[in-house]
Design a protein around this ligand. Structure first.
Ligand code: HSE
Length: 299
């Protein structure tokens, strides 16, 4: 049996909702898994072609194996082909796309025995936090909470705006971006984030775009990660000056993201110019959102 899955890129945190909120973008990797008579072959095209392991360490394979192990199925052999467009270690959910792609493909091979909830639990178990894997699987804006290994999630549909995504030409491993965070924060910063995260989810749920600029402020992770991304504050300020509704560090970075209902090109140019003034090369994309999540592709 052979299956192909299309999995969206994602942006997590959206400012104050650290490890909680995520949004699926209209930009995709393709994961193809075919059973064969024996062995494991993994072919990578596009992003990560020279970097990703093509043996049992490969994340797509590890995710698929978790599904097979869960139901006690042992495929005789596997051929995996990855067509990757999502840049690696940039804060756009490339590892979540790999995990979700492997899980959804493997689940199709075993006859869809696992529920969406179980797939989400397995994906979060591998990734360590639910904020990218949830929108990669479900699409839309997702609020996700983990309690004793179970994921509690609500999906919201995104408003009619677009994301301007600015991707610097350097990698920032998530572990390094997480190591920059403090072990403890003040009560006033914690309250600031509870307050803004709540306002952000309420604004998204009701389509109140005017509140995004206020709501999408953060004190738990962005201030500590600024030093890892030269020019970050200049780029975010340039986006706002050019007409963005709100801005954020995308996931753990280094990609920066702005949301807008108009002036997409002007915002994109202002952001890339601000990066260049800080001697950082970057590429930009203007993206809509994905609302369906990972999908099997039927030829
Ligand atoms: N919430 C995560 C972080 C996303 O900011 O570290 C990165 O995977």
């Amino acid at each position: 049996m052979s299956v192909r899955v299309k999995v969206p890129a994602t942006t997590a945190n959206l400012g104050p909702c650290f490890d909680t909120l995520g949004l699926a973008l209209d930009y995709y990797n393709i994961v193809e898994i075919a059973e064969c008579l024996q062995g494991l072959t993994i072919q990578v095209e596009g992003e990560g072609v020279d970097l990703l392991p093509t043996d049992q360490r490969n994340l797509v394979y590890r995710a698929a194996k978790l599904v097979f192990d869960e139901v006690g199925y042992q495929p005789p052999g596997l051929r995996i082909k990855l067509v990757n467009k999502i840049p690696l270690s940039r804060g756009m959910g490339s590892s979540s796309a790999a995990i979700v792609g492997g899980i959804v493909a493997a689940n199709a091979i075993i006859g869809n025995k696992l529920s969406t909830e179980r797939m989400l639990e397995l994906a979060t178990q591998i990734e360590g936090h639910p904020d990218n894997v949830t929108p990669a699987l479900l699409g839309g804006f997702t609020v996700a909470s983990v309690q004793e290994g179970k994921i509690y999630t609500i999906k919201l549909l995104p408003p009619a705006i677009k994301a301007i995504v600015v991707i610097p030409n350097f990698h920032l491993p998530t572990e390094k971006a997480r190591a920059a965070l403090p072990k403890q924060v003040s009560l006033s910063d914690a309250v600031f984030n509870v307050n803004h995260a709540s306002l952000l989810v309420a604004a998204l749920a009701t389509g109140n775009l005017a509140l995004l600029k206020i709501a999408m402020q953060d004190r738990l992770h962005q201030p500590y990660r600024t030093k890892l991304i030269p020019g970050m504050n200049d780029v975010l300020a340039a986006a706002k000056d050019a007409g963005a509704l709100a801005t954020a560090l995308s996931g753990a970075g280094p990609t920066l993201i702005a949301f807008a209902a108009e002036k997409y090109e002007a915002i994109s140019q202002a952001m890339s110019e601000a990066f260049r003034m800080n001697k950082v090369e970057c590429r930009t994309m203007i993206l809509g959102f994905n609302t369906s999540g990972a999908m099997l592709i039927h030829e």
